[in-house]
Ligand binder design. Structure first.
Ligand SMILES: CSC[C@H]1O[C@@H](n2cnc3c(O)ncnc32)[C@H](O)[C@@H]1O
Ligand code: ZN
Length: 428
C-alpha cells in the first residue's frame, strides 16, 4: 500500500480540489482503490510497516496525464526535420528515414518515449507505430498503460510490405494482447490518403469483432481535404461516414479542417477526437480545430502530443497550456479553453476505455509555482513537465523525487548510447 501523507493539494478526476489530506492507494484483485482523508494512519488503523510512505508536503497531486495521440518511437526522429509542412515532411524526410527502422530500433525508441512520458507525468497513452509489439514490450517494461495500435498503410510499412499480411498480423497482435493488464491492443489505418476504402472497412470489421478501438489520422490539413474533395467529391469525414467507419470505437487524431456539418457527424457517431495543437501549429496544418463547436455539439475531445518529430517533446503540461491559449487567441475570447476544460481533456482516459486511477505529484517548491492562489491555474498556466516529481501508475511508484524507480537508472546512459547509435543511420 502507498500512503501520500500531508498532501498540500489534490485535484481529483472531477477537478474537485482537496487541501492538506492523505491519500491511500491500495492495489487489490479487482483494481486500484483510493481513500482520501485526514490522518489516515489512525483512521484506517494502518500498520506503518505495510506502507510505502511518500511525503506530500509542498506537492500537488492530480490524475495521470493521458496522451491520446502519439507515435512513441518517433523520439528517435526528434529534430530530424523541422520547419516543414506535413506533406513534404512526411514524404521527403520522415518516411524515407522510417524505412530504415528495425524492430530493435523501435524498442529502444519506445523505451526512450515511455521514460520521457513518465518524466512528464503521462501514465496512459494511445499509440500508433510500426513494430507495435516492440512498443508494447517497452510500455510493459516501464509500467505505463497504453492503447497500442497495429498500423496499416496500403503500400505497406517497414514491418511488412504486403497489406493483406499486415491485416492478418494486426489481428494476431490484437489476439496476443487482448487480455493484457497494461496494454489494450487496437488497429490503426493511418489516414484516408494512405488507406483504401477496403482497408478501412477491414480494419473496422476487426475493431468491431474484437471490441477494440480504431485509431486514425483525420482531416489534418487543408491539402488532405481538398485533395479528397477533388478526387471523390467528399470530405474525409463525409467519406468515412459513407463507408460505415465512423462509430464510437473510432479515435480520430487532429480533425482540424472540419465543417459544422462534419462536427455534427462526429458527435452523432460518438467519434472521439484527439486534439494535437502543438503538432498542428508546428506543421502549419493551417486552421484550428473547432473546439467550441465540438464541445457545444458534445464531441468527446482529448489531447495528444502527436509524435516527437512534429512537437518536439511529449510534455502534456506544455500541450494543455498551448491548447488553452491557442483557442483564446483564435476566437478573440479569453474564456475559451478555460482551466477546467483543458484539464478534463488531459485527464480523460475513458475515451480509451481505461480507468485513470494514477496519481502524479507536482513539486511546488519552485519560484514559478508560488504563490498559489489557484492550484489548477498554476498547473495549467505556470507548470511544465519538469515540475513532475513523483508518479504512481497502476498502483506502483514508477518515479519518485524525479528518479525512475521502474528501471535501474544506470541503464539510462546505455539507452542514450543506443539511440545515438541508431541516429547514425538517419539522414536529415
Ligand atoms: C502508420 S505508423 C504512424 C505513421 O504516421 C506518421 N505520422 C506522424 N505524425 C503524423 C501526422 O501528423 N500526420 C500523418 N502521419 C503522421 C508516422 O511518421 C508514421 O509513418
Ligand atoms: Zn500522428
Amino acid at each position: 500500500m502507498i500512503l501520500i501523507k500531508n498532501l498540500s493539494y489534490l485535484i481529483d478526476k472531477d477537478l474537485k480540489v482537496y487541501e492538506n489530506c492523505d491519500v491511500l492507494i491500495k492495489k487489490e484483485e479487482d483494481g486500484i482503490k483510493k481513500i482520501v482523508g485526514k490522518n489516515l494512519i489512525e483512521k484506517e488503523n494502518l500498520n506503518k510497516s505495510d506502507l510505502k510512505i511518500i511525503d506530500g508536503k509542498n506537492k500537488a497531486g492530480m490524475p495521470g496525464l493521458v496522451n491520446t495521440h502519439t507515435h512513441i518511437p518517433m523520439t528517435l526522429l526528434r529534430g530530424i526535420a523541422d520547419d516543414m509542412r506535413l506533406e513534404e515532411w512526411l514524404r521527403e524526410k520522415i518516411w524515407p528515414n522510417e524505412a530504415k527502422l528495425t524492430k530493435e530500433d523501435v524498442y529502444y525508441g519506445s523505451l526512450l518515449g515511455c521514460l520521457e512520458m513518465l518524466r512528464f507525468g503521462v501514465t496512459i497513452f494511445n499509440d500508433m507505430y510500426f513494430f507495435a509489439e516492440k512498443v508494447a514490450e517497452a510500455t510493459k517494461e516501464i509500467g505505463l498503460r497504453g492503447v497500442i495500435s497495429f498500423p496499416i498503410i496500403d503500400v505497406g510499412t517497414p514491418e511488412c510490405e504486403n497489406r493483406d499480411k499486415l491485416i492478418r498480423m494486426a489481428e494476431n497482435f490484437i489476439k496476443k494482447y487482448k487480455e493484457d493488464k497494461l496494454i489494450k491492443p487496437a488497429i490503426a489505418p493511418h489516414a484516408p490518403y494512405t488507406c483504401s476504402e477496403e482497408t478501412y472497412k477491414e480494419c473496422k470489421e476487426i475493431a468491431d469483432n474484437y471490441g477494440t478501438l480504431l485509431h486514425t489520422h483525420l482531416s489534418e490539413t487543408r491539402y488532405e481535404v481538398v485533395e479528397m474533395e477533388n478526387k471523390i467529391g467528399l470530405r474525409p469525414i463525409e467519406y468515412l461516414e459513407k463507408i460505415g467507419v465512423l462509430d464510437n470505437n473510432v479515435i480520430a487524431a487532429h480533425c482540424v479542417w472540419v465543417t459544422k456539418e462534419e462536427v455534427r457527424k462526429l458527435a452523432k457517431h460518438k467519434v472521439k477526437v484527439s486534439h494535437c495543437p502543438i503538432s498542428n501549429m508546428k506543421l502549419a496544418s493551417g486552421g484550428v480545430m473547432p473546439l467550441i463547436e465540438m464541445l457545444n455539439d458534445g464531441v468527446e475531445i482529448t489531447i495528444g502530443t502527436d509524435g516527437v518529430a512534429s512537437n518536439n517533446n511529449l510534455d502534456m503540461l506544455e500541450e494543455i497550456k498551448v491548447c488553452s491559449i491557442l483557442h483564446k487567441a483564435h476566437r478573440w475570447d479569453a474564456t475559451v479553453g478555460d482551466i477546467d476544460t483543458v484539464l478534463k481533456m488531459a485527464f480523460n482516459s475513458d475515451a480509451l476505455g481505461i480507468e485513470n486511477n494514477d496519481i502524479v505529484l507536482i513539486d511546488l517548491t519552485a519560484p514559478h509555482l508560488r504563490p498559489i492562489h489557484n492550484i489548477k491555474s498554476n498547473i495549467v498556466y505556470s507548470a511544465n513537465g519538469n515540475d513532475v516529481d513523483t508518479v504512481i501508475a497502476n498502483g506502483e511508484v514508477l518515479m519518485e523525487n524525479k528518479r525512475f524507480k521502474c528501471i535501474d537508472e544506470k541503464f539510462l546512459d546505455k539507452l542514450y548510447e543506443k539511440v545515438d547509435k541508431i541516429k547514425e543511420k538517419f539522414s536529415c
